[in-house]
Design a protein around this ligand. Structure first.
Ligand SMILES: Cc1ncc(COP(=O)(O)O)c(C=O)c1O
Length: 601
């Protein structure tokens, strides 16, 4: 059943569609009025917003409308046009901003109205129908129909359950349009308007017809994705044509450039972050019986490599604000067998490195930072990659910097670096490139039983150019995350990320936390609802101790890490990466708002 809420007052029907829709739009329905649409353009001539409204010969109403328009222009700082043909041409281009503009103006308008008691001092209804008065003098332009269509489509996609609108009886084109769309005629005005009666049509949507079946976007938006350009393609081509495709001169160049970017003494390219973490443990002498402390809120490979070494992963619960390992919890987990700590900078926000380093120094522990998410992050002004004994980055396909698969180890320690370089390629004394080059020698010696963890020049070709783009990418990530955080400010159901003021967040992931007490659905249903809107999302991460292997092997059970578990229940990673457009970001916002509005308690 669709509830119709309508408050009337002299000359107006004020209708709305619940809190979220209310923010997006009020519409004025004024008997005997003409419709006006104004479009505001941005500096590039694109539509930045428009407002449609009605004016009749009442000075008061005219001034009301003018004032609304004035607010909009002030809000947008744009110039405007009012020619119907241009309006029509531009109407469809920036609907997102149109709605934003309406939200700004109309909520403000209603606030002012409440103060002056000119419209209504009652709380708006939470569901119902919206009336759109579209009668216009320039009706042959098709403006009225176009405006109505726009409102109708937007209203449906925002969860509107039904719409009424009025047209002049002699506006045959518009009437034919609404009738062809199966709009129902619900009333006829008894008063003429410029010699013609008006007819009110209504369409009540079934669940299938409304937003419930109309996703906010047509194409699926993946939760994560790489952004590769021509520079990368050309470099790979150059490598393929060069005659040397595995680890060689380009890997060396990538390592040098990476060390320069991070400011580390050594950078050693490897086949993955997992491989790098493993090598760091091997090179650091971690072996059977040793204990290594890490966080439960991480990808499995952080702990898998500890198991590979015969060592024991010990988990320390996380902080509820940053989702990162809590140094206090870490301290509680120390035993005489503790040999190393692996802090994980979740989502790209650095851990509390001062506290972690202080504990490590006190006890002579090796610190290996898992910086899979923290490319370009800073902690108290220092780049991640320069702080601990060893730091390992990931260049997996979805990471801030990608080489498809790949990783980088950075360290200040000369000896550790040398050992790691040898270990990454079978434990032999000279790599193949050196052996097979004109100046090389066929001779080599095996110094350790090493690994095959090297990078290839094909991967490094991508890395060289991805690295050059990192600061630009980070700017885009910062801009998008700010847009998200601003857009969700008024939703108490959505808790946005907390960022410490002494870090530069790498923004690999934008993780929101749902306040499940305020919603009728759980996290999994939320993700499913987003998917139906064609928005992909994900969860980072399922806490390690809840995985069968870790639960059984180390006798972990539910309740062992209450903070990580309670976070896990409500976290959702939203799409956020430089390849996304501003429109994609706005689609995500609309989808989140829509799902929240539909599932609000
Ligand atoms: C926190 C964390 N550590 C380590 C890794 C492993 O990275 P890679 O795929 O490069 O081995 C990942 C991968 O997603 C990760 O998220």
């Amino acid at each position: 059943m669709v509830a119709i809420h309508r408050e009337s007052f002299p000359g107006y029907y004020l209708t709305s569609l619940g809190p979220s829709f209310l923010q997006a739009m009020y519409s004025w329905y004024v008997q005997s009025a003409e419709a006006i649409a104004h479009v505001a353009l941005d500096g590039d001539g694109r539509v930045a917003g428009f407002v449609a409204g009605t004016v009749n010969d009442s000075d008061y109403r005219r001034s009301l409308f003018r004032e609304t328009w004035y607010h909009m222009v002030v809000a947008l700082g744009q110039r405007l046009i009012s020619k119907p043909t241009q309006t029509l041409r531009l109407l469809g281009e920036r609907k997102d901003l149109i709605w934003q503009a309406l939200a700004t103006i109309l909520t403000r308008r209603s606030r002012e109205a409440e103060q002056t008691n000119a419209i209504s001092d009652k709380e708006p209804p939470t569901a119902g129908l919206v009336s759109i008065g579209v009668k216009h003098s320039a009706r042959r332009s098709g403006l009225g129909t176009a405006l109505s269509e726009l409102f109708v489509r937007e209203a449906w996609s925002r969860g509107c359950e039904g719409i009424t609108l009025s047209v002049r009886e002699d506006n045959v084109g518009a009437r034919r349009f609404y009738e062809s769309m199966n709009w129902e005629e619900v009333s006829r005005s008894s008063k003429t308007y410029h010699g013609s009666f008006s007819i009110t049509y209504q369409k009540v949507m079934t669940d299938k017809q409304t937003s419930r079946a109309t996703p906010v976007r047509e194409e699926f938006l993946p939760p994560l994705g790489p952004f590769l350009g021509e520079e990368e393609w050309n470099e790979v081509l150059d490598t393929l044509q060069s005659g040397w495709i595995t680890m060689g001169p380009k890997t060396r160049r990538f390592e040098e450039l990476f060390a320069e970017y991070v400011g580390s003494r050594h950078a050693i390219a490897v086949s993955s972050c997992t491989a790098g973490l493993h090598l760091a443990l091997v090179a650091g002498g971690i072996g059977p019986g040793d204990e290594v402390i890490t966080t439960p809120l991480t990808f499995c490979s952080t702990a898998n490599v500890v198991v590979h070494q015969g060592a024991v992963p010990i988990l320390a619960d996380v902080r509820v604000d940053t989702f990162n390992m809590d140094p206090e919890e870490m301290r509680k987990k120390m035993t005489p067998r503790t040999k190393a700590i692996i802090p994980v900078h979740l989502a790209g926000q650095p851990c509390e490195m001062d506290e972690i380093r202080a504990i490590a120094e006190e006890r002579g522990l090796l610190v290996i930072e898992d910086a899979a998410h923290a490319m370009g992050a800073k902690y108290k002004g220092r780049m991640i990659g320069t702080i601990s004994d060893v730091t390992v980055f990931s260049f997996y396909a979805t990471k801030n910097l990608t080489t498809g698969e790949g990783g980088m180890i950075t360290t200040e320690d000369e000896e550790l670096a040398e050992r790691t370089r040898i270990l990454r390629l079978h434990g032999i004394s000279a790599d193949a490139w050196k052996r097979y080059s004109a100046v090389g020698s066929w001779y080599y010696e095996v110094l350790f039983p090493g690994y095959k963890y090297n990078m290839t020049d094909i991967q490094a070709s991508l890395g060289i150019h991805q690295l050059a783009k990192q600061e630009k990418f980070l700017e885009v990530r910062q801009q998008y995350t700010k847009t998200y955080t601003d857009a969700f400010k008024d939703l108490p159901e959505v808790i946005t990320p907390v960022v410490k003021d002494y870090v530069r967040h790498a923004w690999h992931l934008y993780i929101i936390r749902l306040d499940l007490e305020r919603l009728t659905i759980d996290r999994d249903q939320f993700i499913e609802a987003l998917r139906k809107e064609n928005i992909g999302s994900s969860v980072h991460f399922i806490p390690l101790h809840l995985h069968p292997y870790y639960g059984e092997r180390y006798s972990f059970k539910k309740g062992d890490f209450p903070v990580a578990e309670s976070l896990y229940e409500g976290i959702v990673t939203l799409p956020m990466y430089p390849k996304m457009s501003v429109e994609d970001v706005e689609d995500v916002i609309r989808a989140v708002r829509k799902v929240v509005a539909k599932s609000r308690r």
